[in-house]
Each structure stands twice: as structure tokens, then as C-alpha cells.
Design a protein around this ligand. Structure first.
Ligand SMILES: Cc1cc2nc3c(=O)[nH]c(=O)nc-3n(C[C@H](O)[C@H](O)[C@H](O)COP(=O)(O)OP(=O)(O)OC[C@H]3O[C@@H](n4cnc5c(N)ncnc54)[C@H](O)[C@@H]3O)c2cc1C
Length: 450
């Protein structure tokens, strides 16, 4: 079986999700080709993969520079259409952009069935089976599967020799230059700025005062902190599913809630009725189907927006960028303008959230949560360490929460985490590092190890 693995090099290293996809491919077949798009400087990171027995192809041309997810998917699909394959594996997402859009967009451009969020993949002669985050899925081959970070890439044998990386440029691909690079990228970053949202004034207390404080806070009433949108509203916005209806109503005069349907049906309706904007919930379903719909409509899509705005004509989208401490303000140049949006899920009244700093104190964390009657959540730090399941993750790529009391223990406070707790009435932090960023997002802080 011929397997292609799409892999991106980020800061000189293979994207960890793509490493997982490669290991998955190597376990399924001995005919594996890695396809990467990037500058020629990435050859040094790609070359070691040849020692694993994989053929490695780098798609590189100066006209591809600055491509967003739509343009990248177009270039990759043009190259892959010229290759032979039974199965394509992509990592679920890259750890820099984190949009999870290229796999689904690529599947649509190559007209392949798509399975996302696969944790285990197996194949028969003409079918692929995957255990995914939402159950078991199966598809006829050829197909495209996006893989979670579950597989650990093997080391090459000491007897293996390094091979060459084949480089192909646009003279060999004949991509339409208008669809490549910046010219072919409908999403535009308008500006970036320091993230100030959600900052609070922290009052430092001692560990002895904690339980008295929690008892007092439990008795208080919850006040909705949400502020009404005061800008110019958009004319017509579609909300795919009722989860994003409230967010849509905030920025539009006229909101149509449409049923969650196949990307083809939604795209067909959009072509006919021409909505200005389509909003999707940034859950597993939305992250799979929105990119496919964007590829059909050949329009831009901004992933995991934490806030939306409008100038009356355009949707303005905000999402964390560059490691998360700054916010990017983004506009889409094509219509419909599309975004997946983080929405708050129904939270418990009290959430105790643990991070990497308490990875060896999980029993204590659960016991503390039980004592005060709280639900347990986590940062992505603990999920990445396999210490907690993904559905407990709070943050940009997890859940947004709005409890009465949020207690963060052993969490440093990356914006990817703090952006999801802005709706909490009171935030309490326990961390031995008095300079940890999370204290800037806390009402009460305890500088101590847990
Ligand atoms: C695109 C993208 C999306 C992301 N999405 C999410 C997301 O949805 N949710 C999320 O959380 N992160 C997300 N992240 C990751 C995020 O940037 C951080 O890497 C992550 O939140 C760090 O987890 P942490 O705070 O648990 O670990 P660390 O940053 O390692 O912090 C551990 C903290 O524990 C403290 N500590 C150590 N010992 C103790 C102790 N005994 N008691 C108490 N404290 C202690 C330390 O002082 C430190 O502050 C995302 C990243 C990217 C790039």
C-alpha cells in the first residue's frame, strides 16, 4: 500500500502531529512518501526522515511563500494529484498555526473521503479503519486521515543511510500563481497587539485563607460579565448550529441558524443565498466540516476565534498568535467570510483546573476538587503528557468555561489557556512562581506549591 504523509517543518523540527502520522504510516506500510511544502532551508530537518525508509519530497518555490491554509492546500493538492497513493495521512494540525484546516481542505480538493482526529489507524486491502476522538470510522481507499499525537516516531536504525530529499518547484507543478502565496491567500492579518483581555487585579492571600474564601464566594450571586457589542452590525450572518447563534446575534442584525449538514449542502445553500458571513462552532465537527466547506467555496476561514467584531461590511476576527501572547486581528478578503468560534460550554459552578506543575499530584488535585465540590479541568500541558483526557482541556483548543469560581493550580497562564476563562466570575491561582503570567488573570493568588 502506498501512503503519503504530509509533514510541515516548524522552526527546524517536524511538526509533532506529523511525526505521529509518519509513525502510523511506517507501521502500516513500507511504501511511505513524506510530502512537505516549505523553503529549501527545511531540507536539513527533512533529510533524517530518509533514514526511516521513507521517500521525502519537498515542494518549494518562492511564489509559495506566505500561503495561508487555503493556498497551502491548493499547492499540496496539485502536487499530490500527480502522485500515486492509496492513503494520505496528515497530522491533526500544526503546532504553530493550530488551525487543523489543511487536512480537511486537501481532502476536498482531491475529492477524497475524510476521517479526522484518528488515534489509531488500521487498513485492509481497500479500506481504512480509524479509532477517532468521537468513535470508530471506516472509509474506502483512497482516503485522507488526520492523525492525533498518539504515535511516537521511531529512531532510525544505526545501519541506515541518509538519502536525498527530492525538491520540486512550480515549473514541475504548474500551479496557478493567483492561487499561491499571499496573492492566493484570502485571510489577512490586519494587526497584532498585546493581549489585554481578561486581565484582573490579583489580591494575594495565604493558603490558610483559601477555604474561607471559597465558602464566601460560593454564597455570592453570579453576574453576567458579557458586554454588549457597540459597533456597526453586519447584515446577514449564518450560524451553523444553535451553539454559535448567540455569538452571531451579537454582531449581526439578521441571523439565520442553519442545520448542521454536509459541507456540500451548506456550500450549495451559500452559493444560492450568498450570506455575508458563516460562523461555525470550533468543536470537532466544526473543525472538520468548516475547512471542507471553505475549500468548496474557495473562501478563507479563520480558526478558533476568541472574539468577533464588525465594521458593518466585514467580519473582523481575533485569535491568539505567535505562541499566544499576542492577538492577531484578521480579515477575510473573500465571501462568505468564515470563522470557527470558541463558544462557552455549560460549566459547573466551581472548576479546579490542574496544569503541568501538578502532573505528579493528580490524586491530591482530585481530592481537593472533591472536598470543595468542584469539577476537574486541565491545561493542555497535562493533556499532552497523557495525564488527562482531551475533553477535560480548557483553553483555545479545548473548552471555554464560565464558572462562578475557577481555581488554576500548576498552570503558567499562556493566553491559549486564559482566553477560555474570561467568563469566570472569580479566578483563584495557586503557583509557586510569583512571576507566572496566570497571576495577571487572577482575582486571588497564592504564591505556593500545591
Ligand atoms: C495553537 C495553540 C493552542 C493551544 N491550546 C491550548 C488550550 O486549549 N489549553 C491550554 O491550556 N493550553 C493550550 N496551548 C498550550 C499553551 O500555550 C501552554 O503551553 C499550556 O497551557 C501550558 O500548560 P501548563 O500551564 O499546564 O504548563 P506550564 O507552562 O509548564 O506551567 C506549569 C506551571 O506549574 C507551576 N508549578 C510547578 N510546580 C508546581 C506546584 N507544585 N504547584 C503549583 N504550581 C506548580 C509552574 O510554576 C508553572 O507556572 C495551546 C498552544 C498552542 C500553540
Amino acid at each position: 500500500m502506498k501512503i503519503l504523509v504530509c509533514a510541515k517543518v516548524i522552526k527546524g523540527e517536524i511538526n509533532p502531529f506529523d511525526e505521529s502520522a509518519l509513525e502510523c504510516a511506517l507501521r502500516l506500510s513500507d511504501d511511505v512518501t513524506v510530502v512537505s511544502m516549505g523553503p529549501k532551508s527545511t531540507v536539513s530537518a527533512l533529510k533524517p526522515l530518509t533514514r526511516l525508509g521513507a521517500r521525502v519530497i519537498l515542494i518549494s518555490d518562492s511564489i509559495f511563500a506566505g500561503s495561508d491554509t487555503l493556498a497551502t492546500s491548493y499547492i499540496l493538492s496539485t502536487a499530490i494529484a500527480k502522485m500515486e497513493y492509496d492513503l494520505i495521512l496528515c497530522g491533526r494540525q500544526s503546532v504553530d498555526g493550530d488551525t487543523a484546516q489543511v487536512g480537511p481542505m486537501l481532502s476536498e480538493m482531491l475529492r477524497l473521503p475524510l476521517i479526522t482526529n484518528a488515534m489509531e489507524v488500521s487498513c485492509s486491502d481497500n479500506e481504512v479503519m480509524a479509532k477517532t476522538r468521537i468513535g470508530e470510522e471506516m472509509s474506502k481507499l483512497p482516503a485522507l486521515v488526520s492523525v492525533e499525537r498518539g504515535y511516537v516516531l521511531r529512531f532510525p536504525s544505526i545501519f541506515s543511510k541518509e538519502g536525498v530529499v527530492d525538491i520540486i518547484d512550480n515549473t514541475m507543478l504548474s500551479c496557478d500563481v493567483k492561487r499561491c502565496g499571499l496573492a492566493g491567500s484570502p485571510t489577512r492579518v490586519l494587526e497584532t497587539f498585546e493581549n489585554e483581555r481578561g486581565r484582573r487585579k490579583c489580591k494575594f492571600i495565604s493558603m490558610d485563607e483559601l477555604f474561607v474564601l471559597i465558602d464566601e464566594l460560593k454564597k455570592q450571586n453570579t453576574v453576567d460579565k458579557k458586554q454588549e457589542f457597540k459597533g456597526q452590525k453586519l447584515k446577514s450572518v449564518w450560524a451553523v448550529g444553535k451553539e454559535v447563534a448567540t455569538v452571531a446575534k451579537n454582531i449581526a442584525n439578521e441571523v439565520t441558524v442553519i442545520d448542521k449538514n454536509t459541507p456540500y449542502k451548506i456550500a450549495q445553500m451559500a452559493l444560492k443565498e450568498k450570506p455575508q458571513v458563516i460562523l461555525w462552532n470550533a468543536d470537532i465537527w466544526g473543525r472538520k466540516n468548516a475547512p471542507v466547506t471553505a475549500a468548496i467555496l474557495n473562501t478563507g476561514l479563520c480558526a478558533d476565534c476568541t472574539a468577533l467584531d464588525s465594521d458593518g461590511e466585514n467580519l473582523i476576527m481575533y485569535r491568539p498568535a505567535q505562541g499566544g501572547n499576542i492577538i492577531a486581528k484578521i480579515k477575510c478578503l473573500t465571501y462568505p467570510q468564515m470563522a470557527t468560534v470558541r463558544t462557552e460550554s455549560k460549566s459547573s459552578e466551581i472548576i479546579v483546573s490542574g496544569g503541568r506543575g501538578v502532573s505528579d499530584k493528580m490524586d491530591k488535585l482530585y481530592a481537593f476538587a472533591e472536598k470543595i465540590g468542584a469539577e476537574v479541568g486541565t491545561s493542555r500541558g497535562l493533556v499532552d503528557m497523557n495525564k488527562a483526557p482531551y475533553d477535560m482541556q480548557i483553553g483555545l483548543t479545548g473548552r471555554m468555561v464560565n464558572p462562578k469560581i475557577y481555581i488554576a493550580i500548576g498552570i503558567s497562564g499562556a493566553v491559549h489557556h486564559t482566553c477560555a476563562i474570561e467568563g469566570a466570575k472569580t479566578v483563584i491561582v495557586i503557583n509557586p512562581d510569583k512571576d507566572a503570567r496566570i497571576f495577571e488573570y487572577a482575582d486571588y493568588g497564592i504564591v505556593s506549591a500545591f
